[in-house]
Design a protein around this ligand. Structure first.
Ligand code: SAH
Ligand code: SF4
Ligand code: F3S
Length: 463
């Protein structure tokens, strides 16, 4: 949830936005908060106190849509008790399902697609006090990247959208259909936003796009992800730059050299392999082979020492045999990803893979999912153990949820680090001075998900 902005009047309508899905959706929620608060809306801390409830939704797998339908179902009573309550569905599932949502959920007032966020205040105004239900899923809607940089979830890190949409049409994927054509944002716009974030105390930015490796397509001149990174790296105050997601087909030496050379760009790639079988990769329309993926990882490791890679995998894609799955297991064993997101194939209406028979039975999908998850866990634990005894640079994010005397941060390779607050400094000083600092932590212990260590001291900022 986005917290309540301080500047707004208390009698204004209160909005509660619940966000599902990926980082891009979280950013869209921020953009909506921006456009709503400019028009005088304020924000509730929970759905019971809200006059407007908006669900910003995901369509990537069937389960994601089920979750939203069940949430909408459970809001029926609240709407029954308070007919003035406005209930809206935003984002990818709104775009995908359109007026089907109205048919299944008669108590929903607004369905607002992925390119209509900037119209939210006008749409809500039109609904308020009338019995109107509005379907706003125009595909030509203007996408507005404007955000209020001071209204974001975390003080020291922020996501920055560098492009929208996707032109890749991987055969299983709904994203190009719900998010539209790929569109890169101008370098000057991105740099201005990053500067504003830095002025507001932000130390770390993550550049977001469905395939950031093809950033710049359609922009005038030679603009690429590498040139963008070179423009952003010198911005004062920004200590770390991450970017995701990287499509292997568009990864190249120029990008890797920029990561290697620029001190602010972190040694971390989220580059989904999806499968280790060439037959399946072809059916997925991923446009690379597993050999090419391996070469890219080799090249990344030689150009950027210490680089860590995260991947996504889909198990149970149509036609995936035991042998194909073993190829995926083999790839993961070889690459030794730092972490992986593993999904069971979910057929999506409208994608080209819907033509293929979903012939891997649920039980097999489940067991392959489990096998890959367990393998990833084992690899993560082993890799984390290799860090024991070493000192790592941690950007402190804040207190741990479980203990007030424990602090949490991340390494440049996106590993979570927990450490006890330094002795001799009182609690108030730690809470106010430590978050946002770069510190050195000597790692003493770990699990598959977290490194634990001892505080060694504050590190100088890069600039
Ligand atoms: N643009 C990103 C991925 C966005 S979707 C990229 O190309 O890397 C996030 C992940 O969801 C994908 O990487 C894929 O692993 C998974 N995914 C997408 N469609 C899916 C489907 N129909 N069934 C199961 N997993 C899917
Ligand atoms: Fe989907 Fe492929 Fe585009 Fe990623 S690159 S969003 S998986 S179509
Ligand atoms: Fe993201 Fe889900 Fe949409 S993964 S782009 S919110 S379909």
């Amino acid at each position: 949830m986005i917290s309540k902005p301080k500047t707004l009047k208390d009698n204004s309508p209160k909005v509660y936005i619940k966000t599902f899905g990926c980082q891009m959706n979280k950013l869209d929620t921020e953009l909506s908060v921006g456009s709503l608060s400019k028009k005088g809306y304020s924000f509730a801390d929970n759905e019971n106190d809200a006059d407007v409830i908006l669900l910003n939704t995901c369509s990537v797998r069937d389960k994601a849509e089920h979750k939203v339908y069940s949430q909408l179902g459970s809001l029926r009573d609240q709407k029954g008790k308070n007919p003035k309550l406005i209930l809206g569905v935003l984002g990818c599932m709104a775009q995908n399902e359109g007026d089907k949502i109205f048919k299944r959920m008669p108590h929903v007032d607004l369905v607002c697609g992925t390119r209509m966020f900037s119209k939210l205040p006008e749409l809500l105004e039109e609904i308020s006090g009338s019995n109107k239900r509005i379907l706003a899923i125009d595909e030509d809607g203007e996408v507005n990247f404007d955000r209020i940089v001071t209204q974001r979830q975390n003080r020291y890190n922020a996501f920055v959208s560098i492009m929208r949409g996707c032109d890749n049409y991987c055969s299983y994927c709904i994203v190009p259909y719900v998010r539209g054509r790929e569109f890169s944002r101008a370098v000057t716009d991105i740099a201005d936003e990053v500067k504003k974030l830095a002025d507001d105390g932000c130390k770390e930015v993550t550049l977001l796009g469905q395939n950031v490796n093809s950033y710049g397509k359609g922009l005038a001149g030679k603009v690429t992800l590498a040139t963008l990174l070179r423009t952003l790296d010198p911005i004062k105050g920004i200590e770390r730059i991450h970017f995701l997601t990287s499509h292997p087909k568009d990864m190249n030496k120029e990008i890797l050299e920029a990561i290697g050379e620029l001190s602010g760009v972190c040694e971390y790639l989220h580059m989904p392999a999806q499968s280790g079988s060439d037959k399946i990769l072809k059916k997925m329309r991923r446009q690379y082979t597993s050999a090419h993926y391996r070469e890219l990882i080799e090249m990344a490791k030689s150009i950027v020492p210490g680089i860590k890679v995260a991947s996504d995998f889909i198990v149970g894609f149509p036609g995936e045999t035991e042998e194909d799955f073993e190829d995926t297991v083999g790839l993961l064993k070889e690459i030794r990803c730092q972490n992986s997101f593993i999904f069971k194939y979910s057929p999506r209406t409208g994608t080209s893979a819907i033509e293929l028979v979903d012939d891997v039975i649920e039980e097999t999908k489940k067991s392959r999912n489990h096998t890959l998850l367990e393998l990833q866990k084992k690899i993560s634990s082993e890799e984390n153990r290799k860090v024991h005894g070493k000192s790592v640079e941690v950007l402190v994010e804040g207190e741990s949820k479980t203990s007030a005397v424990r602090l949490i941060g991340r390494t440049r390779q996106n590993q979570i680090v927990a450490f006890d607050q330094p002795e001799g400094i009182n609690q108030a000083d730690v809470s106010s001075s430590m978050p946002g600092s770069l510190v050195s932590i000597k790692i003493t212990d770990s699990t598959d998900l977290t490194l634990f260590g001892d505080y060694e001291g504050i590190l100088p900022l890069r600039k």
